[in-house]
Structures are given as C-alpha cells and as structure tokens.
Design a protein around this ligand. Structure first.
Ligand SMILES: [Zn+2]
Length: 421
C-alpha cells in the first residue's frame, strides 16, 4: 500500500517537472515568436556614428569588425535592415567662416565614406536609400539600406544653399546642434543660452529643411530650442537618439511634456542605447570607470568633447582597450542592461503613444549595453518586447514603421511646400 506521504512527494515532483517544462516552453515560444516578428519587421536604426577613415581598409564595414558595433556582418547576423550612418561633425568654438569651412570639409569626407561603402566596396550587400520607398525596395532584395543624416547643423554655416547640397548627397535628417551652441540654435549644454532657443538664421534653416524634405532632429538641442522648433516646423520631427527624462534626468533626454508634444506633432523619439542616458550610474560603477580612465590616462567625456577630430582619431587604439575594459566592468557591476533600454521604450510608449517611439542606438558613438552591444544582438530587443507583451504590429512600428511614416509625412509636406512655390 502506498503511503499518503509518498503520494504527496510524487505529486510535488510531478508539479515541479510540469512547471519547469512549461517555463521552458514559454521561453521557447517567446524566442520563436520574436524571431518571426523580427524577420518580418523592417528593422531600422536612426543613429550610428562613423569615423572619417570609415569604409577604408583600416575601418572595413564588410567584415565582422572588432572596432565596429555596426558593420554589414553584424547587421546581417542581427537581422538589421537599415541604418542611418551619421555625418557627425564636432562643434568648434568659433562660429565664423573658418569654422564653417572646416565643418563642411569634415562632412564631405564622411559623405564620401558612406558613398564609398555603398557604391564601391559592397554594392552587392547594401544600397544607399534616400526615401522610404527606397528602403522598402532595398529590404525586399535582401540588402541593407544605408541612409544618412548630419549630426550637427554647424556645417551648414551661414549658407542656406548648402542644405540643398547636403540633401543632394542624401541627407534626410539634420540634428540641429551637437553638444554646444551653434549658429542655428542652443544645445542642451552648456545651460547658459546663446540665442535663447533657435536663432533667426536657424528659423530659415528649419524652413528650408521643411521645403526640401529633411527631418529636423532634436537630439542634443536645448529644451527651449525644442519648443521653438515645435512652433515653427511644418513637418513632424524626430529625436534620432534620445532617452526619457522621467527615467533618467539628463538634459539630453526628453521630458514627458516634450514626448506629448511629439505626439501632437506626429513625430518620433528613437531610443538611444547609451547607458549614461538610460540610467543614473551607481557610485561603484562610476568609481570603477574613473579608476580605469586614470590607469589608461583616457580622457573623460567632457574632455573628449573639447578635442578636435584629429585628437580623437589619435585616441582610437587606446579607445579599443578602454571599451573592452568598460564592458568587463559592466559585467561585474550591475550597470545598464537591455531591460533598462526597453524601460525607456515602455515609458515613451505610455506617454507619447505606440506610434511615436523607435530605435536609434548611437552605436560607434559611445552606445552599447549588455544584451544590446551591437547590431548582431538586435533580436534581443524584440525578445524583450515580446516578453513584455507587445504585439507583432506594435513591435514592427517600433523597429521602423513609425520612422518610415514620419519620413513619408516629411516628404509630403515638402512636396506641398514646393508646389505652393
Ligand atoms: Zn549624438
């Protein structure tokens, strides 16, 4: 006769087996669902940085390049369909002809690099896109769509005709400023304003961008500049790589009021994957990184911002070691992770709505977090979204649908403005 005790014991074992099996099944189902959605979605990233020697034998984007978080191999592996490679130009102190000329020349070098990638180096694996229609067509062929925007309006100088020149080179967004005030508007840093928002010249820049069909990008600009832009723009705007201020109050992030304004404007916030914008650092993390900087004699972010392009380039070899060691620190100290990343998507979704949030990593510009360190790991974002109950339709909007909608709206406004004459 089987004792009651034994029957109970058997029941407990059976239940434990059942629950662990069903948990495994749930995990498997999440993975399968995520893979299917990820495959079907048009997956776009609105912000990846490149160096001036990009698309050369030194910085080859056609191999699984340890120097890059975004290259064609990682995009292919991670199921990434398209990326905006940023023509980033640093901000020099002088707002004069000499500074503008320098900025123009840096921008031209980066345009050349991007066109070298798509036209000379790997035309069989990627293609340059200048419209949402282009993106959809290219993705269907199985190639990566490469797009571009200029990060910092500094290279526009005081010459409105340059905006058309950059448009003709493929520019489809311009981040109005970088991390210092320029001739167009105030940046989110320093806090002391120069124009108190967008300058008179900046208003003409916005009008010309609206007329041509170039998206206005608010990542980096001051809050007052943002509100000025909301008032004067005739087209929806984007934040190509920003986070939510409510989750981490840094000046680069958008407040809830700004997110609500994006909804009204029809625009989109593309969530940045840079740890410092996603979560306030713990004292342990900060101390470990500080000690590392000291050991390697590596400059701080603030010091880096003051450096010239050439000085930064010279830091490259040291940067590789620094980056690797920071990743090691992140593994031992709980820093930012993919949950924090998706928390910002969640928040933007709740405040601005599902039609107004997307992905803009800032890879190769300082971004990368455990779980989403490069484009090869892009599926992890989809897995986390599925785990949190997002539907296929919602995830497709986040990964690219929203950005393509905004871009189409911007094109529509431009053609209306142009037909008005
Ligand atoms: Zn940036």
């Amino acid at each position: 006769m089987v004792s009651k005790k034994m029957t109970f014991g058997l029941l407990v074992v059976l239940l434990a087996v059942f629950f662990s099996c069903s948990q495994q099944m749930t995990e498997d189902r999440i993975l399968q669902t995520a893979k299917k959605i990820h495959e079907e979605a048009i997956t776009l990233d609105t912000h990846v940085d490149i160096s001036t020697n990009y698309a050369t034998p030194e910085v080859d984007p056609g191999i699984d390049n340890p120097r890059l978080r975004c290259d064609l191999v990682k995009m292919e592996r991670g199921g990434m369909d398209g990326v905006f490679l940023a023509v980033y130009v640093g901000q020099r102190q002088n707002l004069d002809a000499e500074g503008y000329k320098w900025a123009h020349d840096v921008a031209m070098e980066k345009f050349e690099a991007i066109h070298r990638l798509t036209q000379e180096m790997y035309p069989d694996r990627c293609e340059f896109a200048t419209s949402p229609d282009d993106v959809e067509r290219i993705v269907k062929t199985g190639k990566r769509a490469i797009m571009t925007g200029i990060e910092n309006g500094y290279p526009v100088g005081e010459d409105l005709s340059l905006i058309k020149k950059y448009y003709d080179l493929g520019t489809r967004y311009i981040t109005l400023s970088h991390s210092r005030h320029n001739q167009i508007c105030d940046s989110s840093s320093p806090r002391e304003p120069l124009h108190n928002g967008i300058s008179e010249f900046g208003k003409k820049v916005v009008a010309e961008m609206n007329r041509l069909g170039i998206m206005c990008d608010v990542s980096h600009i001051s809050e007052k500049s943002f509100w000025d832009l909301i008032e004067i723009t005739k087209a929806p705007i984007i934040a190509s790589h920003s986070g939510c201020y409510a989750l981490n109050p840094v000046d680069r992030n958008l407040t809830d009021d700004q997110l609500k304004a994006l909804t009204k404007n029809g625009g989109v916030i593309q969530i940045v994957a840079l740890g410092g914008f996603l979560k306030a650092e713990t004292p342990e993390h900060r101390e470990a990184v500080r000690a590392l900087r000291e050991e390697l004699a590596f400059p701080s972010r603030r010091e880096m911002r003051r450096m010239t392009q050439e000085e930064r380039e010279a830091l490259r070899p040291k940067f590789e070691e620094y980056r690797k060691r920071v990743e090691e620190i992140e593994e031992t100290i709980p820093g930012t992770n993919i949950q924090d990343y998706v928390n910002h998507i969640d928040h933007a979704m709740k405040v601005a709505g599902i039609d107004h949030v997307g992905i803009g990593t800032d890879f190769d510009g300082g971004a990368g977090i455990p779980g989403f360190n490069n484009h090869g790991e892009a599926l992890n974002v989809t897995i986390e979204l599925v785990r949190r109950g997002y539907s296929a339709k919602e995830i497709k909007k986040i990964w690219g649908g929203n950005l393509l909608r905004v871009w189409r709206d911007v094109e529509k406004v431009a053609s209306e403005l142009q037909s008005e004459g």
